[in-house]
Design a protein around this ligand. Structure first.
Ligand code: BES
Ligand code: ZN
Length: 629
């Protein structure tokens, strides 16, 4: 009887149940949703245990003149018997009609808007299990439409999307929750001079349409979290990197991009050796214009990258290792709710470091890990060891975590500590089975804890040593943390001290340092410096001319924190060119904190640059400059 009940609920797949173990890597077409309290996503209006979307089929036109996307979304649903309504997420969509499979109009209602969440779109579908929504998305927060002048080529417009965390509901009417996985396909029409890419496999060559456009088709046949649906369109070209890897970018950048990304195929091989097969077919990347608001975004089969990681020497390709690692942690096994974002970002940051170690060696990996540890220490010193936002698991929305240090760095140090205690061999076997057994499914903190207790921890003594529950659910940093090798930066820290003590500078040493070492040095310099000292640093180390944007950013921040007038033009140029929130927001913050001097500069610059930023970056800087606009 119990078996029958399980079989029945499994066939409906409305809740989690024992997914048949196939032993192979094939994805189920319909993935289960979780039904525990800690897996309830407060950021969605959907009630997936009642009715949910399992497939999305988009047919959309890109209108660059009007900056609008319009067309239809056909949704396949499954619902509990007797359920006649489905709730979707809608943030600002203009809905034209909702129809069933036969084209018969269905009743629908857009509810009240909730700040930051959009509104519920409730469709009364009766016993229909296929619905089609005709709609237009204008002013979609996910989308950035660039004018030709905002591109490297200067001749054609450009479009890209950013879905994570809850922005895709501004251009796709579906259930926008990471625990509600959906397969999808799309047909996209665009002006003929543009090429469209998406986070699904391209289905053959584009076709000419009657109205002089081109139609591109894509398919994602594995159920993915809907924040992972992404699109980009522009004057872009492709360059192959390896048998299953390649890169897209504007023609002006393709050679530099391909050179910087030359190790990608090796990274995929390293990742597979570590934690099992890459299950998505191709791994391509697109290097976007510099207004892309993140370093990278792990869109399946098509990682989106900022061009600011191109340093000319592959020194910032940890970013690529990171986005690639999300093909397991995040895209394969996905946080059911954003409050468990460390399951995506922390596991990925750990995995990233293992790829870096494999491809670039132990020294670079340890140095990058040491930078990450400093980030934890600085954040904890700032917010306090018992600030609730410093636990890996946070309730519901995930918005309360302090910066990136907790989900990313504390998350990574958790796994690093576990690895250290149980040994690499056992740890890797455990993580591999975690990915395998939860492939194409959502997960929670409680699930990974239970999984470790069941499949990793050997005995009571080891359980005590691991402090698993404390790591996941308590604030601060557990006492068993496996710290980075203190020697990782010994030479650099001594050099920073020599500068602090008697303004000694060793340009030759700087010239031989790795980027991580340079970043460490810049971070360790005295925070208070006068104009002459800053001028000396800039001249000796050529900081304002740096081609490494992580180093340049640290320098500009230091210079602005000391109100160093001579570097204001370089800062302005940087803020005009780059829209990556991680750089832009702190620079405006630093300027703002300077009082009248910096606020005048920040206000003047932002008036010119704001329109060129993606909504994510605008939102961040608007907060910093409250009262300025
Ligand atoms: N998935 C994130 C980007 C993200 C996080 C978008 C939260 C929206 C909300 C991506 O994988 C990421 O972590 N990017 C980092 C890369 C870095 C840690 C190597 C970035 O953009 O800086
Ligand atoms: Zn990430």
């Amino acid at each position: 009887m119990r078996f029958l009940a399980t079989a029945l609920s499994c066939s409906l797949m409305l809740a989690a149940c024992d997914v048949p173990e196939t032993g192979d890597a094939d994805a189920p077409k319909v993935a289960p949703v979780l039904d525990t309290a800690d897996a309830v996503d407060t950021q969605t209006f959907a009630k997936p245990l009642e009715a949910r979307v399992v497939n999305v089929d988009l047919d959309l036109d890109l209108d660059f003149a009007a900056k609008k996307v319009s067309g239809t979304a056909m949704l396949d649903l499954i619902a509990k018997p007797g359920v006649e309504q489905v709730i979707l997420d809608d943030d600002g969509l203009e809905i034209e009609s909702v129809t069933d499979g036969e084209g018969k109009p269905l009743e629908y209602e857009v509810g009240e808007v909730v700040e930051g969440k959009g509104a519920p779109l409730t469709v009364t579908m009766g016993d229909a299990r296929e619905i089609t929504i005709a709609y237009t998305a204008s002013d979609a927060a996910a989308l950035q439409w660039l004018s030709p002048e905002q591109t490297a080529g200067g001749k054609h417009p450009y479009l890209f999307s950013q879905g994570q965390a809850t922005l895709n509901r501004t251009w796709i009417p579906t259930q926008d929750s990471p625990g509600i996985r959906q397969t999808w396909s799309a047909r996209i029409t665009a002006p003929e001079e543009l090429t469209v890419v998406m986070s699904g496999l391209s289905q053959g060559d584009p076709e000419a349409t009657d109205d002089g456009k081109r139609a591109f088709t894509f398919e994602m046949d594995k159920p993915v979290a809907p924040y992972l649906i992404a699109i980009a369109a522009g004057d872009i070209v492709f360059k192959e990197l390896g048998p299953r890897t390649g890169v897209w970018s504007e023609p002006a950048m393709i050679d530099a991009a391909a050179a910087e990304l030359a190790d990608t195929e090796k990274m995929v091989e390293a990742a597979e050796e570590l934690y099992g097969p890459y299950r998505w077919g191709r791994y391509d990347m697109i290097v976007l214009p510099p207004s892309f608001p993140y370093g990278g975004m792990e869109n399946p089969v098509m990682t989106f990258l900022t061009p600011t990681f191109i340093a000319g020497d592959k020194s910032l390709t940890g970013l690529v290792a990171h986005e690639l690692a999300h093909s397991w942690s995040g895209n394969l096994v996905t946080n059911a709710v954003w409050g468990d974002g460390w399951l995506n970002e922390g596991v990925t940051s750990y995995f990233e470091n293992r790829i870096v170690e494999q491809v670039y060696g132990k020294q670079r990996a340890e140095q990058e890990a040491a930078l990450s540890f400093a980030n934890i220490e600085n954040t904890l010193a700032e917010v306090g060891m018992d600030a609730p936002g410093t636990a890996l698991h946070t309730d519901s929305d995930g918005g309360e975590l302090v910066g990136s240090a907790i989900a990313y760095d504390k998350g990574a140090y958790f796994l690093r500590t576990v690895e250290h205690i149980v040994g690499r061999q056992r740890f890797d076997a455990w993580l591999t089975q975690w990915f395998d057994n939860h492939a194409f499914q959502p997960a929670t903190s409680a699930m990974i804890l239970a999984d470790m207790q069941e499949n990793l921890v050997r005995d009571e003594e080891e359980a005590k040593a691991l402090m698993l529950r404390e790591w996941i659910f308590e604030p601060g940093l557990p006492s068993n943390v496996y710290k980075p090798d203190p020697k990782a930066f010994a030479a650099v820290d001594a050099a920073a001290k020599a500068f602090a003590d008697n303004r000694q500078l060793d340009e030759k040493a700087w010239g031989n340092w790795t980027s991580a070492e340079r970043q460490r040095f810049l971070a360790k310099l005295p925070r208070k410096l006068d104009n002459a000292e800053l001028a000396g640093l800039d001249e000796a180390l050529r900081l304002s001319d740096s081609k490494n944007n992580e180093e340049l950013f640290l320098w500009l921040e230091l210079a602005m924190a000391n109100q160093y007038e001579a570097v204001v033009p370089r800062t302005e140029q940087f803020l005009t060119h780059v829209g990556r929130a991680k750089f832009v927001r702190p620079l405006f913050t630093t300027l703002w904190e300077q009082g009248a001097w910096g606020q005048t500069i920040a206000t003047r610059i932002y008036a010119k640059t704001r329109a060129g930023y993606h909504s994510v970056t605008q939102g961040g800087v608007d907060k910093v400059m409250q009262g300025a606009r």
